[in-house]
Design a protein around this ligand. Sequence first.
Ligand code: NAD
Length: 487
Amino acid sequence: MTRIITSFIDGEFQPAEGARLFDKRSPVDGRVIARIAEAPQAEVDRAVRAARAALRGDWGRMTVEQRAAMLHAVADEITRRFDDFVEAEMADTGQPSHVMTHVFIPRGAANFKIFADVVKNVPTESFRMDTPDGRGALNYAIRKPKGVIGVICPWNAPFLLMTWKLGPALACGNTVVVKPSEETPLTAALLGEVMAKVGVPKGVYNVVNGFGPKSTGEFVTTHPQVDAITFTGETRTGTAIMKAAAEGLRDVSFELGGKNAGIVFADADFDAAVDGIFRSAFLNTGQVCLGTERVYVERPIFERFRDALKAKVEAVRYGRPEDHASTYGPLISQEHRDKVLGYYQRAVDEGATVVTGGGVPDMPADLKGGCWVQPTIWTGLSDDASVVREEIFGPCCHLRPFDSEDEVVALANDNVYGLSTTIWTQHLARAHRMAERIEVGITWINSWFLRDLRTPFGGSKQSGIGREGGVHSLEFYTETRNVCVKL
Ligand code: NAD
């Protein structure tokens, strides 16, 4: 029988009777793997009320130490149920098991631990001031939770990205109403079981499922009792959510789209650069916000680099995620596949040379219903081609030669997005110079997606608002108040 996923509110999964259900299909073969109950306005309202009540209950009375211990227990329980999380995330996304076991699930557990430790150790500021009577005054800051946080999540790394927000939100003493992507509801539901098992007070963690506009997502972001909204997803959706948040002047933290440039200089460690660019463009079937869709290669090594990248791309092994031989999965949905294939066609229309890929692979009969596309490399497009300017969010990149540092900086910066870049060079001074000149929130040099969770993470330009990570997350998830004591 197909499993039904319902909302998790006030510590309990809601009954499925009478709910409006929609199908969650496997990206691998198109089978329906679960039916999801879409939370209507009244259910979102109950979730928000439960979250608000929990702020005034046991959760609100806990010491920082107690909260931190509870989040460590959550992380430990995730680790204990590691295989369940891997299985759920594989079912939702169709991505190979090694991506789950090495990146997505361990990072989910780490997201709770790191922020539990941050809140215990971060100092607040204090100023001693002079007063006319000579006795002075002392100012000190205290941090208070913001309240009920609306957490709106995307589908591309569902558990990692959701917990990246939950860890700091809960560590700071907030309560949450989470709206997972309609494409990937499984791990958020599983986390409900973990929260209940560990004894996280009811109402602290609530999950409501559904779509975005005119559905559950909008019901959360427009709810007047939601105090702040943290969102990861498309820039266009961020614009809609920002308008919703304007009502009631609620704070937002946005991690949005990108069209990231990878830059390879002729002096780079060649094999490392090919590996790095390959991972950055094709990991997770290119569905990584930090992924590289524009690759600039210094002219003397352009052809050699193109050929080496092509060889790596053509060696990917399609297959089911649980098959350890698979290195490459499907896209998330047929809708996203249509969008990516639309760009594949547009690249040809815009005059691209297709170095490899560009279509749909011939899959065995049992996988034909999946959302498969070939990993694709293009050359020869002009700098104003839509394929070079717009976020595709698929397994594809365009390679273009460059001749000078100034030229490549201008090319990299010529985009409305500014999320991340990856630069490959052995020239130390140039690497630092480039890092200062490229307009992005995150620069990797001779690496990609190497994450220290204490560092600021976020996008420049239309790639985001605010920074999360380490103490930077506290800026959003707490309100800092000043206390002035006359001595
Ligand atoms: P999306 O914007 O379509 O959806 C994200 C979430 O927002 C979903 O849960 C959706 O239901 C909800 N939503 C949609 N419209 C809404 C509305 N009007 N009101 C409230 N909620 C609404 O994004 P996606 O397709 O799920 O994710 C892919 C995008 O996410 C890409 O653009 C990618 O670059 C971006 N992304 C950014 C980062 C980052 O850290 N900057 C990380 C991952 C993904």
